[in-house]
Design a protein around this ligand. Structure first.
Ligand code: FMN
Length: 369
């Protein structure tokens, strides 16, 4: 069986992280993933989407919380305990993805604060809810709080420069996020084939593990990550398209049907985002070119400088997915969507990926000798 230092550090069977995919819930997906022996990750940024009732409602209902009456802390608590209870038999390990960009700072504090509180209440929660993945911002301001805890801290970032900053902050696992990835992508495109080995060369050592994300979806790609020196891969799009994933049927089917060259980049909630190509996302891309050209020029803008009609269009398009309106729907996914052609059960998916990875790694010395 293939194991890496990521498995030892976190206590998982396989070197795979199921990615958080906010603001959409991944609560049921996290349960299925933790039960399948990989690291299950909850999304949390849906908590910031109260102005979008479809997304907020789906997020709350994923933990059987009441969108109208429960406080943010109560909603999170219900989600955290739902995962704990439903992974008791397998003793699966799970964590939460928290976006720490400037506009998310306040809500991020609530999420991390609730996580730390809940872990102190229940020894089993402390033992198994042990990973915090921060993303979309600077890890350094979080160091003081997180380094006082026994959490395994991971941070998702897109460059060698950001990897150095993670190391300075004391991040345990640096997740190098290539431009192939689904939804949020970086302002400047560097793909996994360049980014991952560059980050490994720069920061990997006995205390700093590196994991790849963006484009990893099967045994071939996981084997490649491990051969490059990564300790595993985080997969988003591949887990989105599974039987247990919380995403609406239209979205999952959209991933399965994505053909060759089937995604594009246009404006997203917090910056550039990768979408499945359809008439609606092509229009959004053209609008982005006019109204937020920085997305294509590598020049960040934010809600104070950009044309908010782009965000309104995006909200309308995502609500349409939840309403099952294919004409108006826009669905985020990574380039790997073109390689995800089915909706397997998470356990079967994980076992297939690991079998293929093992076969490839065993065959390589003979094949090339
Ligand atoms: C629909 C969707 C939503 C996502 N939302 C988040 C998010 O809230 N926070 C985050 O750090 N990454 C987010 N991501 C990125 C994933 O965590 C992961 O890094 C990415 O999907 C990896 O690339 P892949 O899709 O090729 O596997 C999202 C990805 C998708 C597909």
């Amino acid at each position: 069986m293939i194991k890496s230092r990521l498995c030892d550090l976190v206590g998982i069977k396989y070197p795979i992280i199921q990615a958080g995919m906010g603001p959409f819930p991944t609560t049921d997906l996290c349960i299925a993933s933790a039960n399948a022996g990989v690291l299950g990750i909850l999304s949390s940024s849906g908590l910031a989407n109260k102005s979008q009732p479809q997304i907020y409602g789906a997020f709350c209902r994923s933990g059987n919380a009441d969108p109208d009456n429960d406080s943010p802390e109560e909603i999170l608590r219900k989600i955290f305990y739902k995962v704990l209870e439903n992974t008791r038999e397998s003793q699966g390990i799970f964590g939460v993805n928290v976006m720490v960009s400037a506009e998310m700072r306040e809500i991020a504090q609530v999420i991390v604060g609730t996580m730390l509180k809940v872990r102190e209440e229940d020894p089993e929660m402390k033992k198994r809810f042990k990973v915090l993945i921060t993303s979309a911002g600077d890890p350094l301001p979080w160091s003081e709080v997180i380094k006082k805890t026994d959490l395994v801290w991971m941070h998702v970032m897109p460059s060698v420069q950001a990897a150095r900053r993670c190391k300075k902050a004391g991040v345990n696992v640096i997740i190098a996020s290539g431009h192939e990835g689904g939804f949020h992508t970086s302002w400047e495109p560097v793909h996994s084939m360049i980014l991952l080995p560059a980050v490994i060369d720069e920061v990997a050592d006995e205390n700093t593990l590196v994991v790849g994300t963006g484009g990893f979806c099967d045994g071939k790609t996981l084997a490649a990550a491990l051969v490059m020196g990564a300790e595993g891969a985080q997969m988003g799009t591949r887990f989105l398209a599974t039987e247990e994933s919380d995403f609406p049927p239209l979205w999952k089917q959209g991933v399965v049907e994505t053909p060759d060259r089937g995604t594009l980049v246009a404006r997203g909630f917090v910056g550039p985002a990768r979408w499945i190509k359809n008439d609606r996302s092509k229009l959004h891309q053209r609008n982005t070119l006019q109204k937020s050209p920085g997305v294509f020029l590598g020049v960040p803008d934010d809600y104070s400088t950009m044309d908010m009609s782009l965000i309104d269009f995006e909200n309308e398009s995502i609500n349409a997915v939840y309403a099952g309106d294919k004409e108006k729907a826009m669905m985020a996914a990574g380039e790997s969507a073109q390689r995800c052609n089915d909706l397997p059960k998470v356990k079967d998916l994980v076992e297939t990926i690991m079998k293929e990875t093992e076969e490839i790694l065993r065959a390589v010395p003979n094949r090339l000798a």
